[in-house]
Design a binder for this molecule. Structure first.
Ligand code: FES
Ligand SMILES: [Fe+2]
Length: 339
């Protein structure tokens, strides 16, 4: 399968049951290896049949005859790593900055789980992560879906550093019309909700919503694949313990969540920014005015600034096709950095 990540093409293959990622470029005539085929432990280029194993080593060059050694430079470039977790394939071109995010609900039999359709958007991953961590937009962007029962006031909260990312916990009183206990007169409509956001760089996010009065849990896993500067793919997985295995209600929940996501995308795709503003010292870009309620977004900017600085140290000059994690800004441009 061909995928793009940070402007670079990769081929993902399952070679002898092991997930492998190689640069999607045959070293011979640069044909995409994703146009070839898998044969047991080998990926076979579709152009002249050169064969590659998981390490990228070339094991056969048919035009030279059986058993002839491949030229020394005939190596496909392997990624630092690739693996499967939480129902996704994860590709790390270089050594990762953080571990893959935990998803404890996935191992809990009380939770049902469903994926939303994968969405592709022109909004960039940094802004989408910022939007996911933002609570103050709910009553406005989501007025037609979840926002009506939300308080416009965001109580003070802190972002606690954790695993090279952070965690945020916010407790609020919100309407919980989905609780059957409300209709039955057992509980009031307005109930306590604890929202826990977990962020791991670059673009792994999880939101756990605990309705403390109803005793139900609703988790959203939100992972972003920046394909390139103008395209991001969004992977969203819902995990809920209040649907009792009802496939119909689970599908309805996924559809509703997609409506909510589309409300976000409609706004994010209009933002006049070419990336998330990062300014490590000030905590925010000079174009932005931040308030207390933006603490999570500011923490995101700080973490990504560290990541960008580290990536620059590891990449003294731009490789062909651009810096892997950060695009250099022209000397005269605004101090914006695109993670
Ligand atoms: S281009 Fe791949 S074998 Fe020739
Ligand atoms: Fe939103």
């Amino acid at each position: 399968m061909a995928v793009r990540l940070l402007g670079e093409p990769w081929v993902i293959a399952r070679l002898d049951d092991k997930i492998v990622a190689l640069a999607d470029r045959c070293p011979h005539r640069l044909a995409p290896l994703s146009a070839g085929r898998v044969d047991g432990p080998e990926l076979v280029c579709g152009y002249h049949g050169w064969r590659f194993v998981a390490s990228g080593e070339c094991t056969a060059v048919p035009a030279l005859g059986p058993g002839a050694p491949a030229p020394k430079r005939a190596r496909a470039k392997p990624a630092w790593g690739a693996t499967e977790r939480h129902g996704m394939v994860w590709l790390a071109p270089e050594e990762p900055f953080a571990d893959i995010i935990d998803l404890p609900e996935a191992d809990d039999p009380a939770f049902d789980s469903i994926w939303l359709d994968v969405v592709r958007t022109s909004a960039c991953a940094g802004l989408l992560a910022d939007n996911f961590l933002d609570t103050a937009h709910l009553p406005f962007v989501h007025a037609a879906t979840i926002g009506a029962g939300e308080d416009t006031v965001v109580p003070p909260y802190r972002a606690t550093p954790e695993g090279n990312g952070f965690r945020v916990r916010i407790e609020q009183e919100v309407a919980n019309p989905e609780d059957p206990g409300v209709a039955a007169g057992l509980r009031p409509l307005v109930q306590r909700r604890r929202s826990t956001y977990v962020y791991r760089p670059p673009f792994q996010l999880r939101l756990a919503l605990e309705y403390l009065d109803a005793g139900t849990h609703n988790t959203i896993l939100f992972c972003l694949q920046p394909e390139d500067a103008g395209s991001t793919r969004i992977y969203t997985r819902l995990l809920r313990d209040d649907l009792g295995g009802d496939a119909g209600r689970l599908r309805d929940a996924a559809r509703f969540e997609l409506d909510i996501l589309n409300e976000d995308l409609a706004l994010q795709e209009m933002l006049p920014l070419d990336g998330l503003p990062l300014a490590p010292e000030a905590g925010a870009g000079p174009e932005e005015v931040s308030i207390r309620a933006d603490a999570a977004g500011l923490a995101l900017r700080r973490v990504l600034s560290v990541l960008v600085r580290r990536a620059r140290r590891n990449t003294p000059s731009d490789p062909p096709g651009g810096v892997r994690y950060a695009r250099r800004t022209p000397a005269d441009s605004r101090p914006l950095t695109r993670p």
